[in-house]
Structure formats: structure tokens, C-alpha cells
Design a protein around this ligand. Structure first.
Ligand code: HEC
Length: 125
């Protein structure tokens, strides 16, 4: 008799948690990055240039500042991107100087967007 009771209770909770499981299985909670971070068509003009102007130009501007790679325009930024140093430094990878120096690391979404732009050949788009 008691065994039957236990089986009934476990079946009840089993079904209840299955239903709850389905209820919470929505896309936004399981894959927040995919819905929040759009890396499909990252543009140099509307994403890469503005974020570098904001976070990097205080130090990386002017005519080839001594010892510091200039990041003023597409040619200079793309050269740094293709050398691997741009992504290495902003992702704080081993062997690179962590950038922005003295500042906060970029969000993971900003890093994904930069990576996506670099993977497409760092175009002037
Ligand atoms: C406060 C000044 C400052 C800011 C802001 C800054 N940098 Fe730098 N950055 C430097 C200096 C100084 C160096 C040279 C470091 C050295 O060689 O010791 C450097 C070096 C680099 C290098 C070469 C790294 C290497 O390992 O060779 C890259 C790439 C770079 N910075 C990118 C950036 C980017 C991208 C940003 C913005 C997200 C940024 N920096 C923001 C000062 C700055």
C-alpha cells in the first residue's frame, strides 16, 4: 500500500517537473547570447570605428605615436586586425598587452562582433 503511494507521488512530481521543464525551455533563457548579440553583418563604419574611437583613440591617435600602433582609420585598424594583435589585445589573450590599457575589458558581445568582422577579412564596410 505504501509502495503504491510512493509510486503515485513520484509519478506526479515526474510529470510536474516535465511540464515545468518544457515551460522554461524557451530560446531566450537557453541561448541569451544568440538573441542578444547580432554578429551577422558587422560594419566597420557603424561598429568597429566608433568603439575604437571611444576606447582607444586617446592613446592610439596622431601620426604614428612613438611605440604605439596608430588606430586612426580603416587602413591602420585593418592592419592591426590582420596581424592578430587587435583581437589579442582586446580579448586580453596571453602574450598581448591587455587593451584598453587601464580600462574595462570589452563585453563578450563586442568581442564576438569584432571577431566576426576580422574573420570576414576586416572589410571597409
Ligand atoms: C591609456 C592609453 C591606451 C589606451 C586607452 C589603449 N591603448 Fe593600446 N597600447 C597603449 C600602449 C602604451 C601600448 C604599447 C604597450 C607596450 O608596448 O608596452 C599599446 C599597445 C597596443 C597594441 C599592441 C599590443 C601588442 O601586444 O603588441 C594594440 C593592438 C593596442 N594597443 C590596441 C588597443 C585597442 C584596440 C584599444 C582600445 C580598445 C587600446 N589599445 C587602448 C596604450 C593604450
Amino acid at each position: 500500500m505504501q509502495v503504491l503511494q510512493i509510486i503515485k507521488v513520484s509519478i506526479f512530481f515526474g510529470i510536474a517537473s516535465l511540464l515545468a521543464g518544457c515551460y522554461y525551455d524557451n530560446k531566450t533563457e537557453l541561448y541569451p547570447q544568440q538573441t542578444a548579440c547580432d554578429t551577422a553583418n558587422v560594419s566597420f563604419a557603424t561598429f568597429v570605428k566608433p568603439i575604437i574611437d571611444k576606447d582607444c583613440k586617446t592613446c592610439h591617435s596622431g601620426v604614428s605615436p612613438v611605440g604605439i600602433v596608430p588606430l586612426n582609420n580603416h587602413t591602420e585598424i585593418a592592419a592591426s586586425a590582420k596581424s592578430g594583435k587587435l583581437y589579442g589585445s582586446v580579448s586580453w589573450a596571453n602574450g598581448f598587452k591587455a587593451m584598453p590599457q587601464g580600462g574595462n575589458k570589452w563585453s563578450s558581445c563586442d568581442l564576438l562582433k569584432l571577431k566576426s568582422w576580422i574573420n570576414k577579412g576586416a572589410p571597409n564596410n
